[in-house]
Write a protein that binds this ligand. Structure first.
Ligand SMILES: NC(=O)c1ccc[n+]([C@@H]2O[C@H](COP(=O)([O-])OP(=O)(O)OC[C@H]3O[C@@H](n4cnc5c(N)ncnc54)[C@H](O)[C@@H]3O)[C@@H](O)[C@H]2O)c1
Length: 253
């Protein structure tokens, strides 16, 4: 006998979320989507003014800081806890594109910086929130990776490496927390999106990416936010350690 489903579905009522890099672009769209679904959102960004604007728009709180800085993360989590409570949902979205060049032209300092933000930032935030999630036996972490991390991109070497590492970090953490309450962690690999990051990319790099997508267009930040919403909900409880592609049909593996 199958039970009749009763909505509302994917409700996030009463939940608290931390979204990093939420001052603009995809993170901003994720903050709005989660807030519209009932979540109280901590809008964490390096740019405090942008974080404040977004927080105002979604009745959240602004948390200025860098994901590379452990003290900033701790301070942000303390303030979030005081204002709304500890996070049920954490979206590690902060990321930078880094140098666009073949490997032999990449500065070592640039390689380290991109790994610091994209990989270490994600690692440090996960490390800071996981003990609380395990103690409360509930948590949803969503890490924003990229299709570059699966395919490798000849002109985006630090970026591709960092995003591959985010996918592996996600799988590793998922295995270490599995079976300890309802704590899941997944990654998402978008292909090209309509965001300010797109404008920073050389036109030919962007076009070559568009040509690879069977749907023939860039994705929208709202489409990615909808996938984050699912993964952030109670209802995604049987998926962990996965990498979800959202690529206009480009990823086929
Ligand atoms: N735009 C795309 O086509 C695309 C495709 C695949 C994956 N992604 C990933 O999606 C995420 C968001 O991308 P976007 O296009 O919205 O980027 P964006 O550059 O528009 O926004 C990124 C935000 O992160 C913030 N940020 C940067 N460094 C930070 C730090 N150290 N600490 C805290 N905040 C920091 C920035 O201030 C900015 O507000 C990134 O992880 C990116 O790699 C983007």
């Amino acid at each position: 006998m199958v039970e009749q489903p009763r909505g509302p579905f994917f409700s996030l009522d009463g939940k608290v979320a931390l979204v990093t890099g939420a001052g603009r672009g995809l993170g901003e769209a994720i903050a709005y989507r989660l807030a519209a679904s009932g979540t109280k959102v901590g809008v964490f960004d390096l740019d405090g003014e942008k974080a404040a604007d977004v927080a105002r728009n979604c009745s959240g709180i602004a948390l200025q800081g860098s994901v590379t800085n452990e003290e900033d993360i701790e301070r942000a989590l303390r303030y979030l806890q005081e204002q709304f409570g500890p996070p049920h949902i954490v979206v590690n979205n902060a990321g930078i594109l880094g140098q666009v060049a073949p490997c032999w032209e990449v500065d070592a300092a640039e390689m380290r910086h991109v790994l610091d933000v994209n990989l270490m930032g994600t690692f440090l935030v996960c490390r800071a929130v996981l003990p609380g999630m395990l103690a409360r036996q509930y948590g949803r972490i969503v890490n924003i990776a990229s299709i570059a991390g699966k395919e490798g991109n000849s002109q985006l070497v630090p970026y591709s490496v960092s995003k591959a590492a985010v996918i592996a970090l996600t799988k590793s953490i998922a295995k270490s927390v599995a079976g300890q309450g309802d704590v899941t962690i997944n990654s998402i690999s978008p292909a090209l999106l309509e965001t300010p990051m797109l404008e920073e990319m050389p036109a030919e790099t962007a076009q070559s990416m568009l040509d690879k997508a069977p749907l023939g267009r860039a994705g929208t930040i709202e489409e990615v936010a909808a996938l984050v919403h699912y993964l952030a909900s109670n209802e995604s409880s049987y998926t962990t350690g996965q990498c979800f592609d959202i690529s206009g049909g480009r990823a086929s593996y």
